[in-house]
Design a binder for this molecule. Structure first.
Ligand code: CTP
Ligand code: MG
Length: 167
């Protein structure tokens, strides 16, 4: 299998997770998911960077991508389910990342190299795996391309004024 084919296959598969992860940057804001509550360590559970609207918008956008992919390949229900699980996994993974960051004392918007770039995609892959386990080549490709893609798109978002920090 050629490199370009593997890249295309991987992007096609993981696209709902990417869109779910990116959408809150433009659609998020408002009430935080933790509603300002603190964890037992006295720090925020997730922090102000994880909002109800961002979560729901990310989920909806990821499902929409699954829907469109399903229409393209004429396999609607399967791709809807894939889109839903990948989007849900991406958002839960992102939440888990923020939860871990708060526990180790990294404030909202602080960088956690590795966790910030890969956490969401790993949980997305875990959640979708019972339904559709991609080949190891696809999984490894996703793990390799996601950190630079995430850093790149976040930097563009920062330059465009969508994000206050470049990570
Ligand atoms: N966002 C949101 N709801 C989510 C996830 C993200 O509203 N569930 C929005 C927030 O405005 C957030 C931005 O998208 O600031 C960028 O997301 P991210 O970098 O994940 O959040 P951070 O602000 O860096 O916060 P954290 O340190 O918790 O990751
Ligand atoms: Mg961040």
């Amino acid at each position: 299998m050629g490199l370009a084919y593997m890249l295309g296959e991987s992007l096609w598969f993981i696209l709902p997770a990417y869109v779910a992860n990116a959408t809150p940057v433009v659609a998020g804001g408002g009430t935080p998911l933790d509603r300002g509550r603190l964890f037992i360590d006295g720090r925020r559970i997730f922090g102000d960077g994880k909002t109800v609207r961002g979560f729901l918008a990310g989920l909806a956008a990821g499902v929409l991508v699954g829907l469109i992919e399903g229409i393209v390949v004429n396999s609607l229900s399967h791709y809807l389910l894939l889109g839903f699980l990948l989007a849900l996994g991406a958002l839960l993974g992102d939440l888990l990342g923020s939860f871990i960051k708060r526990r180790i004392g990294i404030g909202r918007g602080g960088a956690a190299p590795g966790l910030d770039q890969l956490g969401f995609v790993i949980v997305a892959l875990l959640l979708v795996s019972p339904i559709s386990l991609p080949s190891w080549g696809v999984v490894v490709t996703i793990l390799i391309i996601t950190p630079p893609l995430h850093l790149g798109t976040n930097f563009v978002g920062y330059k465009l004024g969508l994000k206050s920090r470049p990570h």
